[in-house]
Design a protein around this ligand. Structure first.
Ligand code: PMT
Length: 396
């Protein structure tokens, strides 16, 4: 989503400038063309050479240092940028930007910019809370700049409080969301993610290998596309994304209850959770003691949540996933019909590079009308974007 985007990263002089190195690297790895501009004080913390090596572009520091006489660098760089990110933004650079001061490369460039600007303040908590800084932040918001809330925690100066620059991966996520088409504005999307847990006794359970990565990727992308997202999830191996209505559950029965309760108002429901098909018929109240010889646990079928939704659906677009290890098409098409879904996303979970726990996935999308589409191996996030773009066509 940042692939092939032109990003101008403006680094001002705070200790958090070191995090801007990782930010540059992550954006470049994601396919963005990053050009870095630094203030003189930023150079006290990180050398130009670091950003040049990470971005593979010359670094801008001096407004009078023109390498190409056919261009005016500080104008050309903003005219050719899709987005400007100021990270870290010190109290000083925020004050200058708020007041239209243009006395170095960064402030001169941003004053001339027409593209969106994101500002990520990072400073001592008392500087941040000072009325002058707060007023300047409000002024930047009134210009239409997006201000990122600083993190709270231990600050380099020894104080504990607000003023931390968010972690580079969080900044990447915010930057990526800028480029996401808002296809789902005003739409409600329910996604299920992760495994379910079926208790045997207080210390043992039946579950599966789902990490929740696929469902969480769908939830993040749907949120960034403007949807109101409800994420009903079992225990996850990844963080629950900000800005979604997260509903944690454990068993398939709890998932069933929550999904059913939220179902009527949804426009799209995607069941990417790996739900148990069976659970112990009775749960031991105390830890079951070891016995000599064989132990048999009787299992009973769980409710098929997707099938129940397929019977109830009115206007909702309903999407199931199928985790298969053989005869993918045959099994997936049978599930699509049996559960009355609009789309079924089939993945081969016998391949450790895709499916359970992996960062990538490769799927075939089967449609109720009999057609199918292949989505080649790609990151779960990229795949989530492609699938959600596809499903949008069906939503009224
Ligand atoms: O979480 P990750 O590590 O990222 O892995 C992703 C994934 C492999 C779990 C995901 O891509 C996936 O395939 N999810 C569906 C797993 C699954 O339960 O498949 P299934 O073929 O057993 O079930 C078919 C569909 O029925 C699924 O949408 C499932 O949610 C649903 N189901 C199944 C049983 C049940 N009792 N109720 C259901 O709703």
């Amino acid at each position: 989503m940042v692939k092939d985007r032109q990003i101008l990263l403006c680094v001002s002089g705070g200790i958090a400038a070191y995090k801007a190195c990782a930010l540059t690297s992550k954006l470049v790895q994601a396919g963005a063309n990053v050009r870095v501009a630094m203030t003189k004080s930023a150079e006290q913390f990180v050398g130009q050479a670091t950003f040049q090596a990470l971005s593979r572009n010359p670094v801008y520091t001096d407004v009078f240092e023109e390498h190409d006489p056919t261009k005016i660098a500080h104008i050309d760089v903003v005219d050719s940028s899709d987005l400007i990110v100021v990270a870290p933004a010190t109290a000083n650079i925020i004050a200058k930007l708020a007041n239209g001061i243009a006395d170095d490369f960064i402030t001169t460039s941003i004053l001339a910019a027409k593209c969106p600007v994101i500002v990520s303040p990072a400073m001592n908590v008392n500087m941040l809370e000072h009325p002058a800084t707060q007023r300047n932040i409000e002024t930047l918001k009134s210009y239409g700049y997006q201000l990122i809330e600083p993190g709270v925690g231990n600050l380099a100066c020894g104080w504990i409080g607000g003023g931390r620059l968010p972690e580079p991966e969080d900044l990447v996520r915010i930057i990526e969301s800028q480029f996401m088409p808002k296809l789902y504005l005003g739409k409600r999307v329910l996604i299920t993610a992760g495994p379910t847990v079926e208790r045997i006794d207080p210390v043992r359970y039946l579950s599966n290998d789902s990490s929740g990565k696929m469902g969480v990727a769908l939830a993040e992308v749907a949120r960034d596309m403007g949807a109101n997202v409800t994420l009903v999830h079992g225990p996850l191996q990844v963080s629950v994304p900000d800005g979604v209505n997260a509903v944690p559950v454990m068993s398939s029965e709890e998932m069933f209850e929550q999904v059913l309760a939220h179902f009527p108002e949804q426009d799209l429901v995607i069941k990417s959770a790996a739900v148990a098909d069976y659970r112990p018929k009775s749960v031991y109240a105390e830890k079951h003691k070891k016995i000599h010889g064989q132990l048999t646990i009787e299992l009973e079928e769980t409710t098929d949540i997707l099938k129940a939704l397929g019977e109830k659906k009115t206007h909702q677009v309903l999407v199931g996933f199928a985790a298969e290890t053989e005869r993918l098409e045959e099994h997936a098409v049978a599930k699509l019909k049996r559960k009355n879904v609009d789309f079924l996303v089939a993945n081969d979970v016998s391949n450790s590079e895709i499916g359970f726990r992996s960062n990538d996935n490769e799927v075939t999308l089967f449609r109720a009308n009999g057609s199918s589409v292949e989505f080649p191996k790609q990151t779960k996030k990229q795949l989530a974007f492609e699938l959600l773009t596809y499903f949008k066509e069906e939503i009224r």
